[in-house]
Ligand binder design. Structure first.
Ligand SMILES: Cc1ncc(COP(=O)(O)O)c(C=O)c1O
Length: 307
């Protein structure tokens, strides 16, 4: 079956999908994005991602291209057309297409909306979770508004590549003050030797992960001692457990940092328990998602409201 993409109101063959060369997302990284994990054909932590999307758009003064419910219909339609059971839905909204000029174009310029679907491999994801991941630390070279989910990801891409070349699966980025901000595509967590679950508080220094927020809720329900504060590389190295969270990987244990084992050098009991609790909670939310409107109705509504 061929992959389908969504570009500005039309569902098109993925291989033929395109945006204009003078799209501002292309020339200025003037665009935001969101990634939803799809489990059993439904979007995980759906509301959290929509809420963060609206915030990112607001912060950059890009207008909402369509009502949230219509956008949700487009995403569901993408799940349906791509027959996606497990995988990812990627949404990107740029300020639109305009003659190249740094300042914003006129307000009539319409945002460009693209959506793609990617099939996942649940067995491979589970094997990765069982094994845990290796992390290296690198200087954080990004701009000062990491709370906005923009497509300006070059420092993240360079750090991820450096991790790969070092035989690791993620890089934890470290600020000039010596504190870890987050991963290239995930939030960072540690369990200290005295039993505190530590993750950096939301601020402009990190992306406030939707999975991070969901997991904080799970940890609160478990009665864990939570400290939302920055932590150093030395503190992470001395932790009894460490892990990352993201929509694409849920929760994955970190088994080493810069080659030094964390705990026993294997996923720890807390990481395993929290991953299980998070996935079980997400599965029940997914089951509670309302039945979807019929596909032709969805497509008609989406086409009607765009613009
Ligand atoms: C830099 C960064 N931090 C954190 C996250 C985790 O966010 P979420 O849990 O919403 O996927 C991501 C996800 O892409 C990210 O790119």
């Amino acid at each position: 079956m061929s992959r389908i993409a969504y570009v500005d109101g039309a569902y098109v063959a993925h291989a033929a999908a395109a945006v204009h060369i003078e799209d501002r997302g292309n020339q200025f990284a003037d665009a935001v994005y969101e990634v939803w994990s799809v489990k059993d054909g439904a979007l995980m932590d759906s509301d959290g991602h929509f809420t963060r999307l609206s915030r990112s758009l607001r912060e950059l003064r890009i207008r909402e291209p369509m009502d949230r419910r219509v956008l949700a219909c487009v995403l569901f339609e993408m799940v349906r057309r791509n027959r996606l059971r497990d995988g990812l839905i990627y949404l990107q909204i740029s300020r639109g297409r305009a003659r190249r000029d740094h300042a914003f174009p006129s307000p009539e310029v319409k945002p460009t909306v693209i959506v793609t679907a990617k099939r996942g491999d649940p067995a491979a994801a589970e094997a990765k979770a069982q094994a845990g991941i290796r992390v290296i630390t690198l200087p954080d070279l990004r701009w000062a508004r990491r709370d906005i989910k923009t497509v300006s990801l070059l420092p993240n891409a360079l750090a991820k590549q450096a991790a790969k070349e070092a035989g690791a699966q993620e890089a934890w980025l470290v600020g000039a003050d010596g504190f870890i901000t987050e991963g290239t595509a995930s939030n960072a967590w540690i369990l200290t030797a005295d039993g505190a679950l530590v993750t950096r508080m939301a601020s402009e220094a990190i992306l406030n992960g939707v999975t991070r927020l969901a997991l904080l809720q799970v940890a609160r329900e478990e009665g864990l001692r939570i400290e939302e504060r920055p932590f150093t590389v030395a503190e992470a190295m001395a932790a009894s457990e460490a892990f990352v969270t993201s929509a694409s990987s849920a929760l994955t244990a970190v088994v080493s940092i810069d080659g030094q084992k964390i705990g026993a050098g294997a996923p720890g009991p807390l990481a395993k328990r929290l991953r299980h609790a998070y996935l079980a909670g997400a599965a029940s939310n997914v089951a509670a998602q309302k039945p979807r409107p019929s596909a032709p109705l969805v497509a008609r509504r989406a086409r009607a409201r765009i613009g």
